[in-house]
Ligand binder design. Structure first.
Ligand code: NDP
Ligand SMILES: O=C(O)C1=N[C@H](C(=O)O)C[C@H](O)C1
Length: 234
């Protein structure tokens, strides 16, 4: 498989290592305006860039008929536009806030726990995420997906960064510490106890492997998919 890397930072480099180990070749490493490059030389594009570049990168791939996997976070207000474009152009597109197998299992556990807690009004939920100090966006995309999983299954209707805003808003605390690859907590607290669930990434390999597996999976397919489709969970 010929892979274009859209973004050659920490994740681009981690993906290159795993892709090459799995027998793929990297034909493009793009860190600037995608319009300067011919994306059609690749079988698939993997975007781990910056929030401001993701929409243009994804659009360019879809318009050129190249399947695209995006892990970039912080651009999600435009997600429905990318879905519409992919459907209109018969493209192939996967976005995931987190490509690791462990976090995708954690997403399902989060929904299950939310269902169990839905009628227990003595508990309040809050989320916490910890990442390295170079991270550009807050809260993390993973924390937003966790909040969405709780909103789908409880009376909560929104999330907010920082302190609790109302009884229907899930507070998310974002911490930035040194080189932390990514840690997420889901806490349910009552007057007498706290139930906590956490996922801790030890390095970036899980994210990178998930993105390469998604790229292998999407070849030959048309449509908009999620990691639940790729991993056959959920
Ligand atoms: N979904 C998931 O599983 C994961 C998602 N992420 C997300 O992936 C993204 C990248 O993370 P990370 O690799 O740590 O960040 P880095 O800052 O290490 O890398 C981002 C890279 O994007 C480059 N870039 C800047 N402009 C463009 C452009 N127009 N097109 C393509 N690339 C560009 C930057 O180049 P330069 O430095 O020259 O400006 C930089 O090399 C973030 O949004 C992060 O949240 C991260 C880990 C896992
Ligand atoms: O920026 C990162 O590093 C990460 N970003 C993703 C996110 O925003 O959730 C995934 C992972 O936690 C690492």
């Amino acid at each position: 498989m010929k892979i274009a890397l859209l973004g050659y930072g920490k994740m681009g480099k981690a993906i290159e290592k795993i892709a090459v180990e799995r027998g793929h070749s990297i034909v493009l490493k793009i860190s600037d305006d995608i319009d300067k490059h011919n994306i059609q030389t690749a079988d698939v594009a993997i975007d781990f860039s910056i929030p401001e570049a993701a929409v243009k990168n994804i659009s360019n791939c879809i318009k050129n008929g190249v399947p695209v996997i995006s892990g970039t976070t912080g651009w999600l207000k435009n997600y429905s536009d990318m879905v519409a474009l992919a459907n209109k152009k018969d493209g192939a597109f996967i976005y995931a806030s987190n490509f690791s197998l462990g976090v995708n299992i954690f997403f399902e556990l989060n929904k299950l726990l939310a269902k169990m807690m839905a009628n227990l009004s003595q508990y309040k939920v809050d989320l916490e995420e910890i990442h390295h100090t170079q991270k550009l966006d807050a809260p993390s995309g993973t924390a937003i997906t966790l909040a969405e999983g709780i909103i789908e299954n409880t009376h909560y209707s929104d999330w907010s960064l920082g302190q609790e805003k109302s009884k229907t808003t899930i507070p998310i605390e974002s911490k930035r510490i040194d080189a932390v690859p990514g840690t997420h907590f889901v806490n349910y607290t009552s007057n007498v106890d706290t139930i906590s669930m956490s996922h801790t990434a030890h390095n970036r390999e899980g994210f990178a492997l998930g993105a390469v597996i998604a790229s292998e999976w999407i070849i030959g397919k048309t449509g908009v998919f999620t990691m639940n489709d790729v991993l056959n969970i959920g």
